[in-house]
Design a protein around this ligand. Structure first.
Ligand SMILES: Nc1nc2c(ncn2[C@@H]2O[C@H](COP(=O)(O)OP(=O)(O)OP(=O)(O)O)[C@@H](O)[C@H]2O)c(=O)[nH]1
Ligand SMILES: [Mg+2]
Length: 195
C-alpha cells in the first residue's frame, strides 16, 4: 500500500527543504491536471488542492511517498490571466527549484491530451531534455477522448516531442477513469530502482 503525506509547502527558494531524498517533479501547464494526478494516483480525494480555475497551485508542494521519495507539485505555467508580477514570481520559483534540486530522478511532464502542446510545453520539454532529466510525458484527461481522438493525439504529441514513445515513456492518463494509473506507478517504481 502506498503511503503519501504533505511534507512541505514552499513559497520562496529559501524554504526549499534539504531532503537528501530523491524527487519526482510534476510540471505542466496550469489546469492540465497535476494536482488531480497526485490525488488519483494515490487514491486521495483532497490531498493536493484542485480547481477548475487555472492557477490554483501557487506554491511548490512536497509530498513524501513511502518515506522513500518526494513527489513535487509545481505551480503550472501559462496561466493567461495571471498578473505579470505573479507570472515572474512563479517563473523564478520554478527556475530556482530546478537549479537547486540535485535529487530529481524523474520529471513527469503533463500535457493536455485534448490539445496540441503549446509553445510553453515545448520549451518545458526542451529544458528537461537539455538538463538530461529523465522524463515521462503524461497525456491527461484521456477520459474526454474517443479512440480516434486518442490516435490523433498520440501522433500529434510524438511529432512535437520526438523522444517519446506511447506506452513506453508516455501514457494516456485519466484521474477520473483510472486509465494509465498502473502504468505510471510501475514507471515510478522502475525509475526509483534504476536511480
Ligand atoms: N475529465 C477530467 N478532468 C480532469 C482530469 N484531471 C483534472 N481534471 C480537471 O481539470 C481541472 C484542473 O485540475 P487540477 O488538478 O487542479 O490542475 P493543475 O494542473 O493542478 O492546475 P494548477 O494548480 O492551476 O496548475 C479540474 O477541474 C479537474 O477536475 C481528468 O483526468 N479528467
Ligand atoms: Mg495544481
Amino acid at each position: 500500500m502506498e503511503n503519501i503525506e504533505l511534507h512541505k509547502v514552499v513559497f520562496s527558494i529559501k524554504e526549499l527543504p534539504a531532503t537528501g531524498l530523491p524527487e519526482i517533479v510534476l510540471c505542466g501547464r496550469s489546469n492540465v491536471g497535476k494536482s488531480s494526478f497526485i490525488n488519483s494516483l494515490f487514491n486521495k480525494k483532497n490531498l493536493a488542492k484542485t480547481s477548475s480555475t487555472p492557477g490554483k497551485t501557487r506554491s511548490i508542494n512536497y509530498f513524501l511517498v513511502n518515506n522513500a521519495y518526494f513527489l513535487v507539485d509545481l505551480p503550472g505555467y501559462g496561466f493567461a490571466k495571471a498578473s505579470k508580477t505573479d507570472k515572474e514570481k512563479w517563473e523564478r520559483l520554478i527556475n530556482d527549484y530546478f537549479k537547486a534540486s540535485k535529487n530529481i530522478f524523474l520529471a513527469v511532464h503533463l500535457v493536455d491530451s485534448r490539445h496540441t502542446p503549446t509553445a510553453l510545453d515545448v520549451t518545458m520539454n526542451n529544458y528537461l531534455a537539455s538538463e538530461k532529466i529523465k522524463t515521462l510525458v503524461v497525456l491527461t484527461k484521456a477520459d474526454k477522448l474517443n479512440q480516434a481522438e486518442k490516435s490523433k493525439a498520440a501522433k500529434q504529441t510524438t511529432a512535437i516531442f520526438p523522444q517519446i514513445e506511447i506506452n513506453v515513456n508516455s501514457f494516456f492518463y485519466s484521474s477520473v477513469s483510472g486509465t494509465g494509473h498502473k502504468e505510471v506507478m510501475n514507471f515510478f517504481k522502475k525509475s526509483l530502482q534504476q536511480h
